[in-house]
Design a protein. Structure first.
Length: 198
C-alpha cells in the first residue's frame, strides 16, 4: 500500500486494518528537496496500491459461485456449475489479508466497517450499479446481471467479525440483516452516501 498520507483523506483513519508491514513508510514520498517522491512510480509498476479502493479482474475457476451469489441482481439465478468470464470488479486492496486481521479484535473489525461505510460506499459507484456479464454453463453462454463490487460479496460471505460469548470466542460473517440495511436501507434499495468531509 502507498503511504497513508497519499490516500484519500476519508480512508486514512482506518489504516489500521492493514498490517504495518504492508504499508509503505512516508519516507517514500520524498522530502521535496533531495529525496524524490517514488510512490507514483511504485504504483505504476504494480508494486503498491494507491489507496484501498482498487479494480481487480477475475473470473473462471478463481471466482466461485458462492462468492458471486450476493452480487446477483436476480436472486433466482441458479449458480450451480456456472462459470463467469473474466470480469473487472471493484475491490478493497489486499482484502484476503485484511479479513483475518479484522477477525483478531472487535476494534479492527469496527475499523473495517468504518472503511466500508465512510470510504468505500461513497467512493465506489460499482456497488450501486448493475452490469451484464457473460457466464458459461454446460458449454452454453449465458448473460447475468451483477453488482460488480467484489468487496461487497467478500464482506457478506466471509467471516471477519469476532464475537465473544460465554462459550468462548468465534469469528463469523456479518449478519446480513444488520449490514445490508446500513448499505442499502430497509427497503433494499441503495442509500446515496455523501463523501466524507475531510
Amino acid at each position: 500500500m502507498a503511504p497513508v498520507e497519499a490516500w484519500k483523506c476519508e480512508a486514512r483513519s482506518f489504516c489500521e486494518i492493514y498490517p504495518p508491514n504492508l504499508i509503505l513508510a512516508g519516507d517514500y514520498r520524498g522530502d521535496g528537496v533531495r529525496v524524490p517522491n517514488v510512490v507514483s512510480a511504485l504504483i505504476k509498476w504494480g508494486i503498491a496500491y494507491a489507496e484501498p479502493l482498487i479494480s481487480q479482474s477475475i473470473g473462471g475457476a478463481d471466482l466461485k459461485s458462492e462468492r458471486v451469489s450476493p452480487l446477483l441482481v436476480d436472486e433466482g439465478v441458479h449458480m450451480e456449475d456456472l462459470a463467469l468470464a473474466q470480469t473487472t470488479f471493484s475491490q478493497i486492496a489486499l482484502l484476503p489479508q485484511v479479513l483475518p486481521r479484522s477477525a483478531e479484535s472487535p476494534e479492527l473489525a469496527a475499523s473495517l466497517l468504518g472503511l466500508i461505510l465512510v470510504y468505500m460506499a461513497p467512493n465506489d459507484p460499482e456497488w450501486e450499479t448493475t452490469r451484464a456479464v457473460v457466464a458459461r454453463r454446460d458449454g452454453q453462454n449465458l448473460e447475468i446481471q451483477i453488482k460488480p463490487a467484489l468487496w461487497l460479496a467478500d464482506i457478506l460471505t466471509r467471516p471477519w467479525v469476532p464475537i465473544k460469548s460465554e462459550d468462548g470466542s468465534r469469528v463469523v460473517a456479518p449478519d446480513h440483516h444488520v449490514l445490508r440495511p446500513m448499505l442499502f436501507g430497509p427497503s433494499g434499495t441503495h442509500k446515496t452516501r455523501q463523501p466524507f468531509a475531510c
